[in-house]
Design a protein around this ligand. Structure first.
Ligand code: NAP
Ligand code: 3JN
Length: 346
């Protein structure tokens, strides 16, 4: 008989695109669970979801849902986190939050396990999971920061529709069918569900992810700027981002330019990346091998390729970084943190 400690776990947002991946990972990773509580809004309460061959009934999330819960994984939007996570903490749970609600709170660690797991012990009940676009970029760049230092990052993203939730996936597939049938394409959700203007995503690229800020950047772009500095623990890194939605279902791709603080040899950089945890080097121009969203989908790792020196700047380096936005970008990063917490509390 095993003496392994088992945990009472809640998944808030269990019926969503991220929640579904969290539940799948808890099952596949054989997370040490005593009781699993699946929570959503009243809309989906009563839905049956499978976990390890058993049917569990989704319940409406309320402040009382967290009695006895030890680990709560939130992915139901920032407002839900703000309303419910403090109650979960009061009931003694450690919350791992996938939303923007607490990411920049100085008392909340913002964690990517491959980069800064040492900060997790500073939590006061809530641990924040970064934005998907930030997670994959910092996972790939951390070895370069450690070895050479990073002065500047210029990133352009090519983001999958699943990042905007399950309704955005449905919208892209519906619009594609409408366009191919020669029918009128009716935009409904993207780029931002709560804003009045919508754009077609099928056969298109939309340079807006989330709302525009007063400085002309979108919130997604500003998340990349702020979160990168916090996770890397270096406010001096200059970061500038352009975030674009493209008609891909799973897997965010990023064209990243980094300016290092020291001279480098390209072969050393490739070796560093190839040896880094959670990162896979796919860089074979002769064989036409480079990271692709279709190949990253369903995988937990961050894939890096197209490494080449900037022709005008000796310390400049270009990379192409791809990862499954719902896995390493959200659910897998959160479950990695939960596994770390579970081991610490055994
Ligand atoms: P989604 O597919 O639209 O799912 C939303 C989930 O939240 C559903 O389970 C929904 O339940 C639940 N929910 C909505 N309102 C609620 C309420 N008042 N109380 C309890 N549950 C409620 O969205 P998603 O793609 O899974 O994303 C969910 C959230 O995760 C996002 O808003 C974002 O904050 C975060 N996220 C983070 C990343 C990242 O980069 N780390 C990526 C994507 C998403 P119903 O079925 O009842 O509606
Ligand atoms: O659009 C994407 O590809 C990622 C979206 C993330 C997202 C969507 C809605 C709300 C977030 C996030 O994780 O930053 C949030 C939010 O929590 O603010």
């Amino acid at each position: 008989m095993s003496n392994q400690k088992l945990f009472n776990v809640a998944v808030v947002g269990a019926t969503g695109a991220v929640g579904e991946q969290i539940i799948g990972l808890l099952e596949r990773r054989n997370f040490p669970i005593a009781e699993l509580k699946l929570l959503s809004s009243a809309r989906s309460a009563g839905t049956k979801l499978k976990f390890k061959g058993k049917e569990l009934t989704v319940e409406e999330a309320t402040p009382d849902s967290f009695k006895g819960i030890e680990i709560a994984l939130f992915s139901a939007g920032g407002d839900v986190t703000k309303a419910l996570a403090p109650h979960a903490v009061e009931h003694g749970a450690v919350c791992i939050d996938n939303t923007n609600a607490y990411r920049m709170d100085p008392d909340t660690p913002l964690i990517v396990p491959e980069v800064n797991i040492d900060k997790v012990s500073e939590h006061r009940g809530i641990i924040a999971n970064p934005n998907c676009s930030t997670i994959q970029m910092v996972t790939a760049l951390k070895p370069l920061q450690d070895r050479y230092g990073i002065a500047r990052i210029i990133v352009s993203t090519y983001q999958a529709v699943s990042g905007a939730g399950s309704r955005a996936i449905d919208e892209m597939l519906r619009q594609t069918r409408e366009a191919l049938a020669g029918n009128e394409v009716v935009p409904d959700i993207l780029p931002v569900g709560s804003l009045p203007v919508k754009h077609q995503i099928a056969f298109n690229a939309i340079p807006q992810i989330d709302k525009f800020q007063d400085n002309g950047y979108t919130l997604e772009e500003m998340k990349m700027v702020r979160e990168t500095k916090k996770i890397m623990g270096d406010e001096s890194i200059d970061v500038t981002a352009t975030c674009v939605r493209i008609p891909v279902v799973y897997g965010h791709s990023e064209s990243v330019y980094v300016e290092l603080k020291q001279d480098y040899e390209l072969e050393d950089v490739k070796k560093l990346i190839a040896e880094s945890p959670g990162v896979v080097l796919v860089d074979d121009p002769a064989g036409q091998r480079y990271p692709l969203a279709t190949e990253a989908a369903g995988q937990p790792d961050v894939f890096v390729g197209r490494l080449r020196r900037d022709l005008g700047h000796a310390r400049g380096l270009n990379l192409w970084i791809v990862s499954d936005n719902l896995l390493k970008g959200a659910a897998w990063n959160a479950v990695q943190i939960a596994e770390y917490i579970a081991i610490e509390n055994e």
